[in-house]
Design a protein around this ligand. Structure first.
Ligand code: ZN
Length: 156
């Protein structure tokens, strides 16, 4: 049976492969950028409010902080409590132009031993979880040095 690919959270990311991007919103009045997206009111206290427009965010940023996640993450992450929990590296990334810090899992195979504060990473499509019918998709962060190494070695 083929799996339906469904975003874990609707409207937070779009595209495939190199076109994969996180989606935020930007205020037309003060140009503040929000992620998670803010669709109702501009949250800048110094702003009278403006129109919030969806924008793709920088695909790259730098590691601001990271940790080993040894517990099940809270909602909106979807996990199956029947399955054993696999620890993964969780990275906080400061986006290149927006200067927003966005949390996400490291791409498969990347551990905290591969990471350092200030390291450049890029957003890549990822799979959070699979059940009988659905592949739940999310975003992952991958160090750009890993991408360069993979390209040199002839791909993945
Ligand atoms: Zn505003």
């Amino acid at each position: 049976m083929s799996h339906t690919r469904t975003p874990v959270v609707e409207g937070w990311f779009t595209g495939e492969g190199n076109d994969f991007r996180l989606l935020g919103t930007r205020c037309s009045t003060c140009a503040a950028v929000f992620f998670p997206r803010e669709d109702t009111f501009c949250r800048n206290p110094g702003c009278a409010g403006g129109e919030l427009t969806e924008i793709p965010l920088s695909p790259r940023g730098r590691v601001w902080s990271y940790t080993d996640s040894r517990y099940r993450p809270p909602s909106p992450y979807v996990t199956d409590p029947e399955l054993s929990w696999k620890p993964y590296a969780l990275i906080a990334v400061e986006l290149e132009s927006e200067r927003l810090v966005v949390l996400g899992q490291a791409a498969p195979g990347i551990t905290v031993a591969d990471l350092a504060v200030g390291m450049e990473v890029e957003v890549v499509p990822g799979v959070l979880h699979e059940d009988a019918e659905t592949t739940w998709t999310t975003w992952h962060w991958r160090p750009t040095a890993v991408t360069a190494r993979a390209a040199k070695d002839g791909g993945w």
